[in-house]
Design a protein around this ligand. Structure first.
Ligand SMILES: [Zn+2]
Length: 357
């Protein structure tokens, strides 16, 4: 049985962007409730962890932004941009969210855990160096990747971002770096507007940003083809020493903000592919962090699917069916030629200039 660390804390439920806001505490509450069940929760370890310090957050963010977010502490309602609202505890929750992922990376580095899922709020991947946006205060995954490279001496970190939205903040944090490979699948054109195929990185970072913009309507088979024929081959060439996943459940079939059709089997499959990759190249070191997802059923089912794959155990009687069988075989065999995905052909052509895939 793998040592899968789950990061949870009641403070993540205290970030309250407002009663009508889609990024509500309920999103995490439904997952925490599943973990409180005897048959799921006992499969995991729950490490203690600290908020990220200003210095650590400063690896990815400007002093001015950190002060701006810190200034919201104790205020019932503040706005960081049109859709990024805060409450009394939001700053504290944001520091703790970043701290969770940094702690996971440290424990992976020391070999104390095999993999991790940070079930945190607020999310992070839209947050830019000097700007909070898109429900995100600080960029949790970018902070952790900086930490891994600059403090732990990791030479190559891969970030896979399968959230519905493009992770503009994460992309920009490492756009000129060959130490961090950023791969994103996302609905396009859509919020935040970035993530075109031609956005490939700059300078030493050319080829280290891989964008797969999708029209909408894509489901398990299409995502499986993208992972089988693009993500996995590029990642094998890159050989990351650590794999980080920006996991959005807003690609779930039925999410109110998106038009994707991914089911729990699809989330399980993508996790499995990345775990296999991590097993091949970096001793399985992989940490998943929660980004978006606005359908509560999707949050629950998606999280259970990812957690099941991470720990390699059947968590409960209702979630074993996608672990094997015919459907998993079909996903494994899914190729560009078997799904209609003109965008993927274009990406493979561009990426093929940098990677022998
Ligand atoms: Zn999203």
């Amino acid at each position: 049985m793998r040592r899968t660390a789950v990061y949870r804390n009641e403070l993540f439920l205290q970030h309250r962007p407002g009663y009508d806001h889609p990024e509500s505490p309920d999103r995490l509450q439904v997952i925490y409730r599943e973990l409180d069940r005897e048959d799921t929760g006992s499969c995991f370890v729950y490490p203690g962890f600290e908020p990220a310090s200003t210095e650590i957050i400063g690896l990815n963010h400007s002093r001015a932004l950190i002060e701006k977010v810190a200034a919201t502490a104790g205020h019932a309602h503040d706005f960081l941009d049109a859709d990024t609202r805060t409450s009394e505890e939001s700053y504290a929750a944001a520091c703790l969210a970043a701290g969770a992922l940094v702690d996971a990376v440290n424990r992976l580095d020391r070999g104390e855990i095999d993999n991790a899922f940070c079930l945190v709020r607020p999310p992070g991947h839209h947050a830019e160096r000097d700007r909070s946006m898109g429900f995100c205060l600080f960029n949790n995954v970018a902070i952790a990747a900086h930490w891994a490279v600059e403090e732990l001496g990791c030479r190559r970190v891969m970030i896979m971002d399968w959230d519905l939205h493009h992770g503009n903040g994460t992309q920009h944090s490492f756009y000129d770096s060959d130490k961090v490979l950023y791969c994103s699948t996302h609905q396009y054109p859509y919020y935040p507007g970035t993530g075109a195929v031609i956005e490939i990185g700059t300078g030493a970072g050319r080829g280290y940003t891989v964008n797969v913009p999708l029209a909408g309507g894509q489901g398990d088979m299409e995502y499986a083809a993208i992972f089988n024929e693009l993500i996995l081959p590029v990642a094998r060439r890159f050989e990351p020493e650590l794999v980080l996943v920006s996991c959005g459940f807003d690609i779930y079939d039925g999410d109110p903000l998106g038009a994707m059709k991914v089911t729990p089997a699809g989330f399980a499959y993508m996790t499995r592919v990345l775990l296999e990759l991590a097993g091949e190249v970096c001793g399985g070191r992989l940490a998943v962090t929660l980004e978006g997802g606005y359908n509560l059923q999707g949050m629950k089912e998606g999280a259970l699917a990812v957690l099941t794959e991470l720990c390699g155990e059947e968590l409960s009687g209702s979630y074993p069916e996608y672990l094997g069988g015919e459907y998993a075989d079909k996903l494994e065999k899914s190729r560009r030629s078997s799904v209609r995905l003109p965008q993927l052909d274009q990406v493979v052509e561009v990426v093929g200039n940098f990677w022998d895939i």
